[in-house]
Design a protein around this ligand. Sequence first.
Ligand code: RUQ
Ligand code: CUA
Length: 766
Amino acid sequence: MKPRLKKLSVTMLGLGLGFGLVTSALADATLKEVMDARGLTEKDMLAAAKTYTPTGGRDEYLAFSSGGQSGHVIVYGIPSMRILKYIGVFTPEPWQGYGFDDESKAVLDMGNPNGEIKFGDTHHPAFSETEGEYNGRYLFINDKANPRIAVIDLHDFETKQIVSNPFFRSAHGGAFVTPNTEYVMDAAQYAAPYKGTGFVPLEEFNDKYRGGLTYWKFDDKKGRIDEANSFTFEMPPYSQDLSDAGKKVSAGWGFTNSFCSERYVGGIEKGRPPFEAGCSQKDTDFMHVTNWKKAAELVAAGKVKKVDGSYMIPIEQAVAEGLLYLIPEPKSPHGVDVSPDGTHIVVSGKLDSHAWVYSWEKIQKAINNKKFEGKDPYGIPIIAMKDALHKQVQVGLGPLHTQYDSKECVVYTSIYVDSMVTKWDYCEGKVLDQIHIHYNIGHLMTMEGDSASPDGKYLVALNKLAIDRFNPVGPLHPQNHQLIDISGDKMKLLYDMPIPLGEPHYVVAIKADKLKPVVRYASGWDSRKDERSPWKTRAGREKVERVDGVVHVYGTVIRSHITPEIIEVEEGETVSIHLTNLERAEDETHGFAVYSENVQLSIEPGKTVSTTFKADKAGVYPYYCTEFCSALHLEMQGYLLVKPKGYQAKASKMDEGQAYTKADYDKQVKTNVDTQAVINSVVGFITSHNYKDFPQVVALVEDATDQLGFADEAKKKAEGYAAKGDYQNATLWAGQHWQYQVKTADMGLRAKTYLEQNGAVKVPAK
Ligand code: RUQ
Ligand code: CUA
């Protein structure tokens, strides 16, 4: 197919029009004319209609994508594919103040095995579940490079906790949750001596290097991982890969695949064949089957020992207790995906053209009858493939991951080498449909596809290469997430979405109405600990205190001023600035940056955050609000004055040359009276309509009332000074009165427009 742009310019040449002309002509064109000018087919228009979301529209699903090397999570809507948020997880994210305020620095520091790590290689996000269904409360994601798991609370989309694996030195296969979020699975990837052990030469690989699988205990009430009650299975050095938890009939069990069960150690620089050759020699690798339920009982009964402070189940004990089994699986497998009813497990071999379907019933029978074909070198019983396999289906070259449809027996497998998605029936073992993607698909994802009841509808193909799909932006290309309609018999490609932030390995999507995120915090809230902040400050209670050599500034922010506006410290003092956002209004976030101090805070309504730094150089440091929050946002400013040691203040000469007179005061008062008239008419409009039926408007009215309350205080101050003949202060306070009025009017007008656009009706006057 010809690239679009070419087609477009050919059309334009035919019409003898320049680009600008076409664009301006399009403004009044008919649908047909636009289609012709842009070279769009009817099929394109149909796809567009399925994804286009008009202004103010909402998506049916929210997708949470791994941000790959960025260490973030990317949130986007389906079917619109509009990006809604980047959540800072393992990497600082300045806009959210993540990694800049003291509270979130503490989260980032939690999982630092070796001092400062400021990145994560995020792979697999997973939602918390109740009876196998996504419950919309938490999201987990792993870091492969520095084996860690993060917990994101979906009530505010913030990262709350990071835990670092006590044993592993890499972990690709996380995060996968058990059906009631009892545990989060996290498997080692590259075998290594456990963390407590120091250097061990590669010659001792088979004996001293180990893989493993950690079951992180999740405390649902606290919303945090309970490290003390988590446990790890010791496993052979087989490069454990992805996992999935059993569901329904297979609940209580976990499945983890592996590659390089050859236990090959490379050394290309010594003339040895590289890892890639040595690790793909055998025809099969091993699926590890673990009984976590029984393991948890042993832990609870005190029968599992701790190693370096964490529960570790040695291979010997796991075998003796019947907790661990192996089953051969296709060469260099990649995905392992349990069916929604828990009866089957699909595994794909990257170097095979088949997907292999295992039967839980058969596996269970072999375990119960102790029917094994032998043991591996570590004494783990091996279930023969024929005793576990249900079907082998030819799906294409380089199959990787499998996702389930809402329709029984229907699955989709990503085919990396052939750049395809294959739709097939795992009960009957036959291919149903195939679609080409662009290019080299890794994971794929269906709506609520990891739950016990997938929704089907859409599929997202996470393609590793974008090659020619987008406008070129240099050698580093974005990734391409392709949206595919899977509601019918044939898969239909709808949309290409460039993802420009790392390589997103996996994504999970949840029905949007399962999420109930807050729009504001309870006032004075430490969002990272989810409790009232000890530094919370109320309006009028702002203060500066020196405790143990630290200057604590208890401040507040509200449209459009920061209190205090002048902070004075002495050179060498440590300053700790704690700011509370007094706003209750939706979307009224303020920011806070200080010259040269690497400070950037995001203070959402109700939140309290802190920043602590040493003011070690005398000087003048302007600070300001970094969010365009209001008309006088630029005036939301202040000065940190770091005075040289022993500095003596001279007589104040502030405000010189700004002597306001009675005339100035009267002029401001007149403006305020006029503004009040506008406010009154808006208030009249609102109260004469059924505004109470619109929660959005009720919130705006509450906020407007707050602002008007502040306005009254300013007015009283102005009148007090005027009565004393101090027209300097009287004029300025009258000006502040007007500032509050402007904010009230702003709020009121927004409410009025909302009512007008949303069919509010007049209510009879009482
Ligand atoms: S992996 S492309 Cu990091 Cu989940 Cu398969
Ligand atoms: Cu607050 Cu800008």
